[in-house]
Design a protein around this ligand. Structure first.
Ligand code: NDP
Ligand code: MG
Length: 460
C-alpha cells in the first residue's frame, strides 16, 4: 500500500540555511529548503508554489493525479493487447521512442516491434504472464548484441578483503545501485556532456541489465527505478528474483513529459537462496512528518544456513541545503530498522543513495548507531577508514559534481565483507564523466560479497 502525496512536506516555511552554494539549475522552490509546515488555520494550504488553494481541492487533485499515474504505471488500467508476432523468451522489448508516449510506453513491454532485428529474438515475449525462466548467459548475450555499436563495458575487479580463512557459509552478493531514472536522465538531471543518444532507453536498459547480469547479485538494491513493471520486474522474476517496488509519493519523474510513472526504490533477492519472512515499505518521516523519500526493509531467511538477514534499500533527499532533512530521514530509517531487526538481533545490510558525503550528519548517525553498522566500501581504502573518493561523477550545466553518496552498511559483528567490486578509475570514467555510452548511470554500482560470522551469538 502506498501512501498518498506529500502535502505535508510542501515547501512552505523557513528551514535550515543551506551550507553550500545553491545549484543554479534548481527551481526556486527547491533551492531554499522550506518544509515541515503546518497548514494555516484558514484551511488553505498556504503559499504552495505561490498559490492559495483550499486544502480539499489541492488534496483531491494531487490524489487523483497521483493514483491515476500510479495505476497507469502498473498497467492496471491497461487493456490487453492482441498477441504480437515473433514470440521470444525474455520479455525485453524495445519501444520505438525513448520513453514513449502514453500508449506505446504502456505497451512497450508487451509489444513486439515488427522490424526488430534477429539480435532481440530471445529478448521478447508476447505474454506478460509468460514466466519461463531465462538463462542469464543467453540474456547477457542478447544485451551485448543490442549494444554492439557501443564501446565495450569497463573491466572492474573484485578486491579480496578476507582477513581470515574461507567461511563455511556460502557468500551473499549484494549490489547497490542508483540506476538513474529514465525520465530524470532525459528530462531533469541536466547532464551537460552526455548526449541524449547515450540515454536511449532501448540501449541503456541493456547496459543496466548487462551490469546486473555480469555480477549476478543474490540481493539487488536499486534507486531511481522508473521501469519496474515493464522491464525489471518481468525480466528479473524470470531470472529467479523476487522483487518489491516502492515508488516515491511524488516522484519528480511525474513532472517530465512522456514519463514512465514514478521512480522509487526496488529490492530483489534470489528466491532459491532466500525465503521472505517480513517486508516493510517505509515512507520516511522527518520530525514526524511524512516526506517524499522511501525505503524498503525485508527480513530474509537464507535457505542454506537457515540464518536470518535483514536488508534495506533507501534513497534520501537530494541537493545541498537539505542536510537536516536527510539527517532526520536517516534517524527515522534507523528507528524502523531497530524494530525490524528486533533490537539488532538480526544481522542487517542497508544499501542506499544517501545523497550525503561522509562528512554529513546522516552518515555519522549510521556510523555511530546502536545497530553497530560499518560502511563496506571503506574497506577498499588503505587504512580501512576512508570512503572512496567518489561514487557518482557527472557534469551538470551547473558544473562538475564528484561525490561519495552511495553506501552499503552492514552489521560489523555479525557479517564480514569478503570482497568488494572496485570502482571505475578516473581514466575509465573519461573526461565527459557519467552517464556515457559506456556506463548507464551517473552513479556507480557497489557490489560486495558477505558472509555470516561463525558465531551466530556474537554481539551484533
Ligand atoms: N517534495 C514535495 O513535497 C513535492 C515535490 N514535488 C516535486 O518533486 C520534486 C522534488 O522531489 P524530491 O523527492 O524532493 O527530489 P530530490 O531533491 O530528492 O531529487 C530528485 C532527483 O533529482 C536528482 N538531482 C539531485 N540534484 C540535482 C540537480 N542539481 N539537478 C537535477 N537533478 C538533481 C536526484 O538524483 P540523485 O539522487 O542521483 O542525486 C534525485 O533523483 C520536484 O521536482 C517537485 O516539483 C512536487 C510536489 C511536492
Ligand atoms: Mg539521480
Amino acid at each position: 500500500m502506498v501512501a498518498l502525496p506529500v502535502l505535508e512536506v510542501a515547501p512552505l516555511t523557513q528551514e535550515p540555511t543551506p551550507k553550500g552554494p545553491p545549484e543554479t539549475n534548481e527551481r526556486p522552490e527547491e533551492r531554499s529548503p522550506r518544509w515541515f509546515s503546518t497548514r494555516p488555520p484558514d484551511g488553505s494550504t498556504g503559499s504552495l508554489f505561490g498559490w492559495r488553494l483550499p486544502v480539499t481541492s489541492v488534496l483531491s487533485s494531487f490524489c487523483a493525479l497521483y493514483w491515476s499515474r500510479f495505476l497507469w504505471a502498473r498497467g492496471w488500467s491497461a487493456p490487453r493487447l492482441p498477441s504480437p508476432v515473433g514470440v521470444g523468451q525474455s520479455g525485453l522489448v524495445f519501444s520505438a521512442c525513448p520513453m514513449g508516449n502514453g500508449t506505446s510506453r504502456l505497451y512497450s513491454a508487451l509489444t513486439k516491434t515488427l522490424n526488430s532485428s534477429a539480435a532481440s529474438q530471445y529478448l521478447e515475449s508476447p505474454d506478460p504472464e509468460h514466466l519461463e525462466p531465462i538463462d542469464p548467459k543467453e540474456l547477457l548475450e542478447e544485451c551485448r548484441a543490442v549494444l554492439h555499436t557501443r564501446p565495450p563495458r569497463f573491466q572492474r575487479d573484485f578486491v579480496d578483503l578476507r582477513t581470515d580463512g574461507p567461511s563455511s557459509h556460502p557468500l551473499i552478493r549484494v549490489m547497490q545501485w542508483n540506476i538513474l531514472a529514465q525520465a530524470l536522465g532525459e528530462g531533469k538531471d541536466n547532464f551537460a556532456q552526455c548526449p541524449l543518444e547515450a540515454l536511449k532507453w532501448e540501449e541503456r536498459k541493456c547496459l543496466i541489465l548487462e551490469e546486473i547480469l555480469a555480477y549476478q547479485p543474490d540481493i539487488l538494491c536499486l534507486q531511481e527505478v522508473d521501469h519496474y513493471f515493464d522491464t525489471f520486474q518481468p525480466l528479473l522474476s524470470r531470472l529467479g528474483y523476487q522483487g518489491t517496488f516502492f515508488p516515491k509519493p511524488w516522484s519528480p519523474c511525474l513532472d517530465v513529459e512522456h514519463n514512465n510513472g514514478p521512480d522509487g526504490c526496488a529490492l530483489f533477492f534470489l528466491q532459491n537462496r532466500f525465503k521472505l519472512l517480513h517486508s516493510a515499505n517505509i515512507r520516511l518521516t522527518a520530525m514526524r512528518l511524512k516526506t517524499n523519500q522511501v525505503a524498503i526493509a525485508q527480513t530474509l531467511e537464507c535457505t542454506e544456513s537457515g540464518r536470518q538477514l535483514c536488508i534495506a534499500v533507501t534513497h534520501l533527499k537530494a541537493r545541498t541545503g537539505w542536510e537536516q532533512l536527510r539527517s532526520a530521514q536517516g534517524c527515522d530509517l534507523l528507528r524502523n530498522l531497530q524494530n525490524i531487526t528486533q533490537g539488532a538481533k538480526i544481522p542487517l545490510i542497508v544499501c542506499g543513495d544517501f545523497n550525503a558525503e561522509p562528512t554529513e550528519e546522516v552518515y555519522k548517525h549510521f556510523a555511530s548507531s546502536s545497530l553497530n553498522l560499518s560502511s563496506a566500501y571503506k574497506l577498499l581504502s588503505a587504512d580501512g577508514q576512508s570512503e572512496p573518493p567518489y561514487t557518482t561523477w557527472k557534469i551538470r550545466t551547473s558544473g562538475e559534481c564528484r561525490h561519495t553518496l552511495d553506501y552499503i552498511w552492514y552489521s560489523k559483528h555479525a557479517l564480514s565483507v569478503r570482497s568488494a567490486l572496485d570502482l571505475l578509475t578516473e581514466e575509465q570514467i573519461g573526461p565527459n564523466r557519467l552517464p556515457s555510452f559506456h556506463y548507464p548511470s551517473d552513479h556507480l554500482s557497489l557490489v560486495c560479497d558477505f558472509s555470516f560470522n561463525e558465531d551466530p551469538d556474537a554481539l551484533l
